[in-house]
Design a binder for this molecule. Structure first.
Ligand code: GDP
Length: 450
């Protein structure tokens, strides 16, 4: 890993004018670098005020710098953070000077990559750093914080530990082929694998909520033309976003807005009205609505309370349930149509997008449903990402294959090979799979003298 011998430098704060900007350098040359610039290496983690002079001795800025000694830094290497005045020109001068003194520009994510390579964090924690930076809701922040503190890593260690135990039992028979795995042992191993598969599936089930956390809960606003969908979106977003018109069918394509409801982020999508007798242009919009509905997590079905209860296209209706839909009776500022009595199957709220009446209860209802989506995630708020899901799916396939072979009394060597496949797939999640661990466990499970 020769690239670790480089000392890297980059701006750690966004480019642009601000109160301060932070330039960071990490790597084996940091101590001579700091000495060269500031004349001394101060005690670690102490902020020091100094003049920053470039290689030619010219004053660049009055800065505050902090030295972190390996391994007690973010990257696990010697690191220096230089806070200068937040003028992009000053930050650039400092960076150029660091490059002139032998640093090289850091690649995207390279500080975190080094932290991983130096064992400061596992892969899932490095990903959590990204999630933390990008979190757009309180829940997303909480989940990222948990993952950064190793929640997913610990969960993976527990799965890996179960698997290593099973593998150790099986491998013992491979080394001593004259004693093939007795039937009762096969049954016991099968039961253990079944339990492991259930635990893996449970973790895999959190990936859907993981996507909601990272991208926002995909929320489709649907209903008849003129029910007030665009007005509702504007009211929820808190500003004029959608075109509101008294003429039906004005939203022909769809609009998307990210909003916060309590601790949840919602990706709000306004769709073309579901008209029973559409024009050809409207029909295209309706097809898009149906497409959007296929992948939605939450539906806000807007119903004009002054009109008879409309029917929905069956392809959309099939996706709605009491767990994912709120029936929003709109225009309660006007006299209600007598036919609109109770809609039994869905939670109901009564609002006026025009006056804002009923929106407090509406928010409460949205948050209640959104809360229920995270029920799979447990107290530790573990919600895996697409990369983790891919690895867990691979692991599950290998487990299935191993179980099938065990059931069919196929050679234990082949079963073990499948299990090692699962182990590797599990290992990809935290990025550290230690084959030593398997060997230690294997030999520890042997009888003395064998
Ligand atoms: P969309 O076609 O479903 O998006 O409906 P719009 O939001 O464009 O609204 C259609 C018409 O209904 C417009 O004239 C709105 O001003 C009106 N409207 C929407 N919400 C309300 C409401 O709560 N009360 C009343 N009185 N009119 C509303």
């Amino acid at each position: 890993m020769s690239f670790l011998s480089d000392t890297i430098a980059a701006l750690a704060t966004p480019a642009g004018t601000s109160a301060i900007a932070v330039v960071r350098a990490s790597g084996p040359q940091v101590v001579p670098l700091v000495k060269g610039i500031f004349g001394e290496t101060p005690p670690p983690r102490a902020a020091c005020r100094a003049d920053y002079r470039d290689g030619s001795g010219q004053l660049v800025d009055d800065v505050l710098f902090t030295f972190f000694a390996a391994p007690n830094s973010y990257t696990g290497e010697d690191t220096v953070e230089i806070s200068c005045h937040g003028n992009p020109f000053i930050a650039q001068k400092i960076l150029e000077d660091l490059f002139a003194r032998g640093c090289r520009p850091a690649e995207a994510g390279e500080f975190s990559k080094r932290a991983f390579l130096h064992g400061r964090m596992d892969l899932s924690q490095a990903e959590a750093v990204m999630d933390l930076i990008h979190a757009r809701s309180e829940r997303a922040l909480a989940a990222a914080n948990q993952q950064l503190r190793g929640s997913l890593g610990r969960q993976m260690e527990s799965l890996i530990s179960q698997l290593v135990n099973i593998l150790a039992r099986i491998e013992a028979y491979i080394d001593f082929p004259e004693e093939d795995l007795p039937t009762e042992d096969r049954q016991a191993v099968l039961r253990d694998l079944e339990r492991l598969k259930t635990d893996t599936r449970r973790l895999l089930a959190t990936s859907h909520y993981g996507a909601m956390l990272r991208d926002g809960i995909k929320t489709v606003i649907l209903g008849e033309p003129n029910a007030g969908k665009s007005s509702l979106l504007n009211r929820l977003v808190g500003r004029e976003r959608a075109l509101v018109s008294a003429e039906p069918g004005t939203t022909r394509d769809y609009l998307e807005e990210l909003i916060l409801v309590g601790p949840h982020a919602l990706r709000l999508i306004d769709t073309a009205g579901l008209n029973a007798a559409p024009s050809s242009l409207e029909k295209r919009g309706i097809d898009k609505t149906i497409e959007q509905a296929a992948e939605a997590d939450l539906f806000l079905w807007v119903i004009d309370a002054t009109r008879p209860l409309p029917a929905l296209p069956s392809s959309v209706a099939a996706r709605l349930s009491s767990a994912n839909t709120i029936a929003v009776f709109n225009k309660i500022d006007l006299p209600a149509a007598p036919s609109v009595s109770a809609l039994k199957y869905f939670p109901v709220v009564n609002v006026s997008a025009l006056t804002g009446a009923g929106f407090d209860s509406f928010h409460v209802e949205i948050a209640r449903l959104a809360d229920s989506f995270q029920s799979d995630c447990g107290d530790e708020m573990i919600a895996i990402n697409a990369r983790h899901a891919h690895s867990l799916e691979q692991a599950t396939l290998c487990l299935d294959s191993a179980m099938q072979k065990l059931g069919a009394s196929i050679a234990t060597e082949l079963v073990a090979s499948d299990l090692r496949g699962s182990l590797d797939a599990f290992g990809l999640i935290s990025g550290k799979i230690d084959h030593e661990k398997v060997l230690d466990r294997l030999f520890a499970s042997f009888c003395i003298g064998k």
